[in-house]
Design a protein around this ligand. Structure first.
Ligand code: FMN
Length: 176
């Protein structure tokens, strides 16, 4: 892996606050291109990337994610919602959507932008499916899954984060 790719990977952080400045169309296209070129099982590419810029839609989506993520969706000038069709890849649709999401997060980073991966889940005890509500707002078919929401924009600030040491996560003992 070239140093520049590793640098982008290591510099990407989860961004909680975005500036108001818009993201240019060329950058959005580059980010989507990175998602398009993600690998997938049997090259099925079972995804759709929904680009949300519209203020009203952003507000509606922000209403159905857990409270702590509302501001990211409202503040970021755009969010990309990654949806997958389990019929096109019944075995690995989650991984397919996850890889496409990360490709786009890294592309955003390489363009001087930031992102936050918002997972779609219900808090304990909540009965109404948040995923179903997002699908209704965005007109996603029932049989599809929403893998992630990725607000993207110019970071207002960049937090630090750490990783486990390589010795904690790598076993060398299995090499012949
Ligand atoms: C599958 C997945 C789901 C995530 N869901 C959320 C989320 O819902 N809200 C959030 O603030 N961050 C979410 N994150 C971001 C992680 O919290 C973050 O990547 C981790 O704390 C490491 O921080 P860093 O990305 O700044 O290095 C998610 C990341 C992944 C890969």
């Amino acid at each position: 892996m070239g140093e520049s790719v590793l640098k982008v990977i290591k510099n990407r952080r989860t961004i909680a606050r975005f500036e108001e400045s818009p993201v240019g169309e060329e950058k959005v296209k580059t980010i989507l291109e990175a998602g398009r070129w993600a690998p997938s099982w049997h090259n099925r590419q079972p995804w759709k990337f929904l680009v949300i810029k519209d203020q009203e839609i952003r507000e509606r989506v922000s209403e159905v994610v857990p409270n702590v993520f509302k501001s990211e969706i409202i503040d970021a000038p755009l969010s990309i919602v990654v949806c997958v069709d389990p019929e096109q890849d019944p075995y690995h649709y989650v991984e397919d959507g996850a890889i496409a999401t990360q490709n786009m997060a890294l592309a955003a980073q390489s363009l001087g932008l930031g992102s936050i991966w918002i997972g779609v889940f219900n808090l304990k005890g909540e009965k109404e499916s948040r995923e179903a509500m997002i699908k209704e707002i965005l007109d996603v078919p029932d049989s599809w899954r929403v893998i992630s929401l990725l607000p993207i924009g110019v970071p207002e600030s960049v937090p630090t984060s750490e990783r486990k040491k390589i010795s904690e996560i790598v076993s060398w003992g299995y090499a012949p």
